[in-house]
Write a protein that binds this ligand. Structure first.
Ligand code: SF4
Length: 280
């Protein structure tokens, strides 16, 4: 296997807003496939500490590289390609968790694995989570849910919380918004519900795309029916993705889209609350 770290890498600790490209391209295709199959190596965009918004308490977050969605509002398009990430051996990832475990326990936090889409590297995720659980660290998976079927019921028991993105309910809108269909996501949500696994829902409010309140109500109704949704976060669209798109010379169709008004955001939050959900 190619030795990770054989090219100059930026530090693992960084911000998901850092632009990172081509850092894993020196890993051969064969080795990449082997890494995906074994979970002994992960492609990581960055690793952050001190997050208060990616699960309960104070958290460390591993942002993995690779995503099969193409959300029009994505603010981290450099995470789309897995080989843009830093190749990180499992033991190095586990060391990171170990370093912070005492502080995480004190601050009632834990480890969140996000992306990109972490389930593209589900074996790596499960191995890091297993090690975290052994240390008594709370685990949260932040996912678009499309590859939820990759996790068995036993695997799910090692995930203390799933932060699931519900981007749109109407299939046609979801396809235009993300490039992918939403049926597998709903199936995953229903499985989590049947298994009574705690879930938080995240919904990005994008003017002209997802700010139709009838659509918001459809998402709210679906989330409320599940019965395992502990919290909903309505995330107003912002322009922080623009810089990366420009740097990557990508077409950014939301260049002129403004963030939703505070009133529209409040309105969306109220639609979730009206269904009996805790929404923020
Ligand atoms: S799922 Fe997340 S990382 Fe993937 S394209 Fe959408 S916003 Fe970007």
């Amino acid at each position: 296997m190619t030795t990770p770290g054989s090219i100059t890498e930026p530090p693992l600790i960084g911000s998901p807003y850092d632009l990172r490209v081509s850092l894993g391209e020196h890993v051969s295709e064969v080795d990449t496939r082997a890494a995906l199959e074994s979970g002994e190596l992960g492609f990581v965009h960055s690793f952050t500490t001190g997050s208060a918004v990616d699960g309960p308490g104070m958290r460390i977050v591993a942002w993995l590289a690779g995503c099969q969605f193409r959300c029009v509002y994505c603010h981290n398009p450099d995470t789309w390609k897995m080989t843009n990430g830093i190749p990180v051996p499992l033991e190095r990832a586990v060391e990171q968790v170990k370093k912070y475990r005492v502080g995480l326990a004190t601050m009632k936090g834990g480890l969140t694995i996000s992306g990109g889409e972490p389930l593209l590297q589900h074996r790596f995720v499960l191995k890091v989570f297993a090690a975290a659980k052994q240390m008594g660290v709370h685990t949260a998976l932040d996912s678009n849910g499309y590859f939820g079927e990759r996790l068995s019921d036993t695997d799910l028991a090692a995930v203390d919380l799933v932060l699931l993105d519900l981007k749109a309910m109407t299939p046609e809108l979801h396809k235009r918004l993300t490039g992918m269909e939403n049926k597998p996501i709903h199936e995953f949500a229903r499985r989590l519900s049947a298994a009574k696994r705690p879930m938080w829902v995240r919904f990005v409010l994008v003017p002209g795309w997802t700010d139709d309140m009838a659509e918001v109500e459809r998402i709210a109704a679906f989330a409320a029916e599940l019965g395992n949704v502990e919290r909903v976060d309505v995330l107003p669209f912002h322009q922080m993705g623009r810089f990366k798109c420009e740097k990557l010379q990508m077409d950014y169709s939301l260049r002129d889209t403004q963030p939703p008004s505070p009133e529209t955001t409040r309105n969306a939050v109220e639609r979730f609350r009206a269904k009996g959900l805790k929404a923020y």
